[in-house]
Design a protein around this ligand. Structure first.
Ligand code: BES
Ligand code: ZN
Length: 630
């Protein structure tokens, strides 16, 4: 890790950690336990309190005379070492990594360190969205939720903000509204309101006893109701959306059992889903105990429940076995997509796996074309030194990672490969790893199997790891997509005037929503766009323009935007005011900008406060910036 950029005032010259996206000296000190005593102040939109870090000293002598923590836009009030005031300093901000908080450890302090930081978040906090009652669905109460992955935890609490460090957590959170956190609830403890507490403030406590990286630290608080969706699962949402969510996520337990058969038993006791307000910037986020999910999953047709299979799969890949830095993100996401598709195959049959993989290949294509096939971020292991992992986020680690694992499965043969899966997850459970450890473990596992070893010797590891652009395309089973492509072919002929095809609703009446997604994506790839008149016809005849499923309607809008069909411009802006999930928001803004830059910018200005800070930042780049990308 030469040339690693680092703030001038941080001396990490002795130890070069393998994560380039943290300013902390985590190779010298290692967080073992974090206690977060925080009050959620809805009147000031901030979290205030004390974060206690229990740190183990890894190295004697040089380097351990100070602890350096990551912070970003935190208001630090006081720091204690072993209960006494400590000497500390908040370094200058170093983009995009924040301000290092350096705490002196005097020479006469031997052994481990217990550090308590009294702090408050500020209005520049990128990890939390605070919502007014008007921004919530029943408009009765305020709401807040956090999103720490990839490097936003540092704007919520001082920490070693690297996935290479895992610790246990205790959450003691005071709020006037129900609270959820990424730990198991331990019962509300006795709590007397203090001076200035909002009426009805209670203490909510949670424990996370399985060591986890801090990017999985999560909080949400608002008017929440819950209902059971299985023997170890509940869904939490606003009271009005509860029944619809309960129906939508009913398959959860089946998914858990399928995943347990592929890997090994679920470790985290409960698997619950929290359905967030529409500004939640992702489809789902695998926070332990509570997966956070976008309300766009609740489409009334169970067509988006694969996202739950995905977040659940992270309980093994990501949460138990974790990438040691965001450069090795494919180990989290590629493995998760691989497991998600195995879960689907176990429940619905093998063709569904390839169907989903074909949708994934299209997402990979879009990302590679967006960046350009030579771009650093199209590598399986990109160089992220000095970079913001959010900027490198795309479908590439997901789909190139999946393609690699799918290739290895086919190479070795499924029966043998399936024995490696639990071995890999057991070997690295509660640990963080890089791609080289993955490779070594795979080679080692098959070392005594000559046939498998021969095959593994043919793997071009460096090409897979470092070559930008497309991996070799697997030979997918196309049985489920062929009907979609056939229908797209009929529209293509109609568009070129070489056919009399008469579209009717019955063309797609037996289809799943995801088959419509494949159909619409195929049309997006045409060199000659659909004519505006045909875009409108398609929207009416297939009811795409009015679809409740955002996966479908957003793809339809993009078909319309690519066709410069002006009648979709306003519905597109309306959709952009209704959903804040980046997967939809970013392509919609990019395509709208190509049609009408002013309209894209006006729309963004109108809705930017509705978006989560991360989405606001990324979408503003799409609307005003030069960068394209994944
Ligand atoms: N962990 C990711 C979300 C994420 C990644 C947040 C990087 C911040 C930084 C989550 O598991 C995810 O991949 N969500 C996908 C769902 C999907 C691929 C089924 C999403 O949000 O679309
Ligand atoms: Zn994921």
């Amino acid at each position: 890790m030469l040339n690693r950029p680092i703030a001038d005032n941080v001396d990490i010259s002795i130890h070069q950690p393998r994560d380039p996206n943290t300013l902390s000296n985590y190779n010298v000190w290692r967080t073992k336990h974090v206690t977060a005593d925080l009050e959620l102040e809805f009147n000031k939109n901030r979290c205030v309190g004390t974060i206690k870090l229990e740190l183990e000293r890894l190295e004697k002598g040089q380097g351990s005379g100070k602890v350096v923590l990551d912070t970003s836009f935190l208001d630090i009030q006081e720091v204690k070492l072993a209960g006494k005031k400590a000497k500390w300093n908040l370094g200058e901000r170093f983009e995009p990594y924040g301000s290092p908080l350096t705490i002196e450890i005097p020479d006469d302090h031997s052994g481990d360190a217990e550090i308590e930081v009294t702090m408050a978040t500020t209005d520049k906090c990128t990890a939390v969205q605070w919502m007014t009652p008007e921004q919530t669905s029943n408009k009765k109460h305020p709401y807040m939720f956090s999103q720490c992955q990839a490097i936003h935890a540092r704007s919520l609490l001082p920490c070693q903000d690297t996935p290479d460090v895992k610790s246990t957590f205790t959450f003691n959170i005071r709020s006037p509204l129900p609270v959820l956190a990424s730990g198991l609830p331990t019962g509300n403890k006795d709590f007397r309101p203090g001076e200035g507490d909002a009426p009805g403030t209670l203490l909510y406590t949670f424990d996370q006893k399985i060591p986890m990286p801090v990017y999985l630290f999560a909080l949400a608080s608002g008017d929440l109701a819950s209902a059971a969706i299985g023997p170890r699962s509940c869904v939490h949402t606003g009271p009005e959306e509860l029944l619809a969510s309960q129906w939508e996520f009913e398959p959860t337990e089946k998914f858990i059992q399928a995943a347990e058969k592929i890997v090994f038993p679920y470790a985290w006791t409960q698997y619950n889903v929290l359905v967030l307000p529409p500004s939640f910037p992702y489809g789902g986020m695998e926070n332990p105990i509570f997966t956070f999910a976008t309300p766009t999953l609740v489409s009334g047709d169970r067509e988006n429940v694969d996202v739950i299979a995905h977040e659940l799969a992270h309980s093994w890949s990501g949460n138990l076995v974790t990438n040691c830095s965001w450069e090795h993100f494919w180990l989290n996401e590629g493995w998760t997509v691989y497991l998600e598709r195995r879960i689907q195959a176990a429940i619905h049959g093998e063709p569904h796996r390839d169907f989903s993989a074909i949708i994934g290949w299209k997402a990979l294509t879009d990302s590679i074309e967006g960046y350009g096939a030579e771009h650093e971020y199209t590598k399986l292991i990109p160089d992220l030194k000095g970079k913001d992992p959010d900027d490198a986020f795309s479908s590439i680690p997901y789909e190139k990672g999946f393609t690699f694992l799918y290739y290895l499965e086919k190479l070795i043969g499924k029966e043998k490969w399936d024995k490696f899966i639990p071995h890999y997850f057991a070997t690295f459970a509660q640990k963080s790893l890089d791609s080289y450890e993955f490779k070594a473990t795979l080679l080692d596992f098959f070392a005594k199997d000559e046939k498998a070893t021969d095959k593994l010797n043919s793997v071009e590891w460096d090409t897979w790891f470092y070559k930008p652009g497309y991996p070799p395309k697997p030979d997918f089973d196309t049985s489920m997509v062929d009907v979609c492509y056939d229908l797209a072919g009929k529209w293509e002929a109609l568009n070129s005037g070489s056919s009399e095809f008469l579209p009717s609703a019955s063309d797609i009446s037996s289809w799943s929503a995801n088959q419509s997604v494949v159909f619409l994506e195929k049309i997006q790839t045409w060199k000659t766009p659909l004519s505006p008149a045909l875009v409108e016809k398609m929207g009416e005849v297939y009811s795409y323009a009015a679809s409740k499923n955002v996966e479908v309607v957003s793809r339809y809008m993009i078909v319309g935007l690519k066709a410069r069909c002006e009648s979709v411009y306003i519905p597109t802006t309306e959709l952009l005011g209704r959903v804040g999930r980046m997967k939809f928001v970013r392509p919609l803004y990019r395509n709208l900008r190509e049609c009408d830059e002013k309209l894209a910018q006006q729309t963004f200005e109108k809705y930017k406060e509705f978006y989560h800070p991360i989405c606001k930042d990324m979408a503003s780049k799409d609307v005003y910036g030069k960068g394209r990308g994944g």
